[in-house]
Design a protein around this ligand. Sequence first.
Ligand SMILES: [Zn+2]
Length: 320
Amino acid sequence: MATIGVDLGTAQIRSVLMEPDGSVAGRANLKTPRNGDRLAIVDVLEASVRAAIDDAGASGGDIAVVGVATPGVVMDGTVGGAANMPGWTERFALKEMISQRLGRPVHIVNDATAAAVAEHRWGAASGCDNVFFAHSGTGVGSGLILGGAPYMGGHGGAGEFGHMVVVRGGATCPCGRQGCVEAYAGRRAMELSARRAVESGRETVLFALADEHDRGRVTSGVVKAGLDADDELTHELVRDAILALGTGIASVVNLLDIDMVVIGGGLGDKLGDWYHHRIEAAMRPNLFLQPPQVRMVGAAMGAEGGAVGAAALAEEVGGR
Ligand SMILES: [Zn+2]
């Protein structure tokens, strides 16, 4: 029997059909609806699962279980606290909702935890027992593998690295608190900072580039274009992001004695090794254990990591 893995992203909903040997036999990638409620999102999720089954030339009866990676804090089949996904702030029973639609057992997991599982089994952190996967995209999240197993904490709230405070009384985060990593390193927060800078009279080519490339949105590709154009404000924003990530990651490593830090997400993918090396340089002076034992690399599983990790976990635990 095969397993389906779904990654609910803020831009795309990606599904894979995974065979028992771990190979991916079918895939589908649909746009996440920007407007509408959670039902609109679950409609597209269902369509994406069916498209992946079709792509593999399989039928619904071939599927044993469905794993879903979602933003937010996952607790007993419910999810909540994801401000970047429409309808995902208030806690609701996502597992039951999808299970009723698909007529299959469903396992839901935080998206960064799913990506960490994939990197640990097949990707950049294979062979490492203590892994920290940091995702910097629209927001900032993370997944933890401790002692070889995913760690989600007592209430599913572990790994909320984006809301680790790195500057006391610092910039306002999309979560409403101050000085979180995400307030500096989340793409959405960086765009807001850039807009505030422009309102206070700063000059930047960032929004002209955004109009040219991405219908006005400051995507990771637009940030890269801003750096390539040697835009001063973009350089400042990226410098602050690197500093926040490096400082926060050092604290995680000091607390947990991590073997491997994996950097994923849109900005990490677009800026590549240059970005990882600078985050590592920002981390190193704050490491307690000397000589440092930790290594830092870019994610290897690409955009499919979350979906593949969700499938692997679902296969292991069934519909729990
Ligand atoms: Zn925050």
